[in-house]
Write a protein that binds this ligand. Structure first.
Ligand SMILES: C[S@@+](CC[C@H](N)C(=O)[O-])C[C@H]1O[C@@H](n2cnc3c(N)ncnc32)[C@H](O)[C@@H]1O
Length: 324
């Protein structure tokens, strides 16, 4: 296959290179912006799971670039990722894990004690190809993004995050509804129909009265009785509002290249190769047949283990074992 074949098969990949975006995912946030008008006039934004940086480019394009030079310094955009990324004008980078409370503190420091007006997160784990597992881990990333937002988002703020439409979608939606008055699932046309990927768009953030921000993934450890003793009832039916972006371009279609087509290299190669970590990890373990350990917060679990909390689901390394 020649190097132009991806340009034919993926119109958004081709357009991203032509328009200067680092990744085709830029169009997903651009289409969300076109539909919901979230960014106009904002000065404080957080891009979680940001590398290689196309969503940060979109934030800078809407919040930083339209301002006259002398006013640009009042705009604060912070991009957080485990991996490094090439610099973007108007965007500050923080190399950190979004599931850590220390990351929330660093973000609030960056805003000089103020909170963000919007948090966006395109978080996805390195894909293992086992769809249920990938969807589970993606759901955990969404919960991490939501957890950190309970610390760093100001009242009335917005939250946009990738979500995989899978078993847990309605439970994740229910979590979001605890904190936002308006929540829907959005499918941009830049996201393939064949993909379970979609995005939640949540607006009008409001912490419930008396609620103390915490890690939602481990929140239930604080109230184990309410979970363990819960009666087995039929779960209520949850209707999740769904909005689709209807554009002219179809990401599942192949397009002719046209006579004036000129091949372009990607705008910015990622600094770290995709799947590098997962390939290293899976080379040492057969994840299909061996139990998979999900480590939420090593430090916290070690503390709990020492304190005798929840011993049945932690081994002595402080891990929660999903095979228990
Ligand atoms: C699909 S990419 C994001 C693409 C990006 N929005 C863009 O437009 O260029 C997903 C990113 O999530 C990051 N990620 C995954 N887990 C993370 C975590 N716990 N903390 C921070 N970043 C994480 C990965 O390093 C990866 O760069």
């Amino acid at each position: 296959m020649g190097r132009t074949s991806k340009d034919k098969r993926d119109i958004f990949y081709r357009l991203a290179k032509e328009q200067g975006w680092r990744a085709r995912s830029a169009f997903k946030l651009l289409q969300a912006e076109e539909t919901f008008h979230l960014l106009g006039g904002l000065t404080r934004a957080v891009d979680l799971c940001a590398a290689p940086g196309s969503w940060s480019q979109v934030l800078a394009k809407h919040m930083y670039e339209p301002l006259p030079l002398e006013e640009r310094e009042k705009v604060k955009i912070i991009a957080v990722d485990l991996q490094g990324m090439a610099p973007i004008e108007g965007v500050t980078q923080l190399r950190a894990d979004i599931s850590k409370e220390s990351t929330a503190e660093a973000i609030i420091d960056f805003f000089g004690g103020e909170k963000a007006q919007i948090v966006v997160s395109d978080g996805a784990p390195d894909s293992t190809g086992m769809h249920d597992f990938d969807a589970y881990v993606q759901g955990e990333l969404l919960l991490s993004a939501l957890s950190i937002s309970t610390f760093i988002l100001e009242e009335g703020g917005s939250f946009v995050s990738k979500i995989y439409r899978a078993d847990r979608t309605s439970r994740l939606y229910t979590h979001l509804k605890r904190f936002f008055k308006d929540v829907c699932v959005f499918k941009p046309s830049a996201s393939r129909n064949s993909s379970i990927e979609a995005f939640v768009v949540a607006r009008q953030f409001c912490l419930p009265e008396g609620y103390k921000p915490c890690n939602l993934i481990t929140e239930w450890h604080e109230h184990p009785d309410s979970w363990v003793c819960r009666k087995k009832e039929n779960p209520p039916v949850v209707h999740v509002p769904f909005v689709a972006y209807k554009g002219d371009l179809d990401s599942d279609r192949t397009y002719d290249l046209g006579e004036d087509y000129v091949y372009k290299e990607p705008v910015q190669q990622p600094l770290t190769a995709a799947y590098q970590d997962i390939l290293k990890k899976t080379s040492q373990v057969n994840i299909k047949y061996e139990g998979i350990r999900v480590m939420h917060d090593e430090e916290l679990f070690k503390e709990w283990y020492k304190a005798g909390v929840c011993l049945s689901s932690c081994d002595n390394n402080g891990y929660k074992n999903t095979t228990n």
